[in-house]
Ligand binder design. Structure first.
Ligand SMILES: [Zn+2]
Length: 308
């Protein structure tokens, strides 16, 4: 810088001028900053207000949500109670239904039992007596093809005849041609038959022929069986294949040998088969028991499913 008398002044003047310009610039600058700050403040206030509003709204909303939530929980609890009640009711109903079903079953059994002729599992041999007026509830004619040639029509208990025919069919499938010699015999028929036997055999007839009223044939569930090869010699039936087949299979159809070898009631009667129901016949076969050696009480337990 050149120092001159006027120059000095000039320099001071220049510095002052710059100062004025700068300060007015700053003043302008300051003014514009102020208005910016003010607008920012306004903006901030607006935002704060909005925030307050939002927060108030949020508080209201969360209160509503809480209320709804409580309401929902209450509803849920009510529904659960209802469901519980429903389950309880249902359980009670189911239990009741079971009871009813059980009762119906018991009644059904009792009814079935009441309708099953108790004589059908009674023991008849010398000691036990079947009334002269006794006749089976219903008889059905046995198909002629199963009857020994030259014999009259033969009848069997209508409710058990299917078992009889099933057995004859099964035997036929194994080439065993079973024939019925005699099935149902009434009291009178038995009387006349015993009379004939007694004429021929005297008191010896007692060992193989039952007196009237003691014969299982009067029940309608007993048959005398033979095969052609045996013709009249029924004792020899024990040596036939047919007898062996019956011993092995008859129980499956509910038939048993009433008087097996060594029994204390009659002589061995290999031809004489009695229907006692498949349940009892099966048990007798499994335990190797004979019908007449069982207690009457024990036998009676099989009455319920006799014809099944
Ligand atoms: Zn017989």
């Amino acid at each position: 810088m050149k120092i001159r008398s006027d120059g000095t002044l000039y320099t001071i003047g220049a510095v002052a001028a710059i100062g004025i310009i700068a300060s007015s610039y700053l003043a302008v600058q300051g003014m514009s900053k102020n208005s910016e700050i003010e607008s920012l403040l306004q903006e901030r206030n607006a935002l704060l207000k909005e925030m307050n509003n939002k927060s108030a709204e949020l508080t209201t909303a969360s209160t509503t949500i809480l209320e709804l939530r409580t309401e929902f929980d209450d509803l849920k609890a009510d529904l659960e109670d209802l469901a519980d009640d429903y389950r309880d009711e249902k359980d009670k109903n189911d239990e009741f239904e079971d009871q009813i079903r059980g009762l119906a079953g018991t009644l059904g059994d009792l009814d079935k039992l009441a309708k099953t002729d108790k004589e059908l599992l009674a023991k008849y041999s010398k000691v036990y007596f079947l009334n002269e007026n006794y006749i089976p509830t219903k008889l059905k004619k046995i198909d002629d093809k199963y009857i020994q040639e030259g014999k009259n029509d033969q009848y069997f208990h209508a409710s058990a005849i299917d078992h009889l025919e099933d057995m004859f069919k099964a035997a036929a499938r194994d080439d065993i041609d079973l024939k019925v010699v005699s099935a149902y015999r009434s009291f009178d028929e038995q009387t006349s038959l015993k009379g004939q036997y007694t004429q021929v055999y005297g008191t010896g007839a007692n060992t193989f022929s039952a007196d009237q009223g003691y014969s299982e044939h009067q029940l309608g569930t007993t048959i005398d069986i033979t095969v052609e090869s045996v013709s009249g010699a029924y004792e020899s039936f024990a040596q036939t294949e047919a007898y062996a087949w019956l011993q092995k299979n008859a129980y499956k159809y509910g038939f048993i040998l009433s008087y097996p070898e060594g029994n204390t009631f009659y002589v061995f009667e290999p031809w004489h088969w009695r229907f006692v129901g498949t349940e009892l016949a099966r048990d007798l076969d499994r335990k190797n028991d004979s019908f007449y050696d069982l207690d009457q009480r024990e036998l009676d337990e099989y009455l319920l499913n006799f014809f099944d």
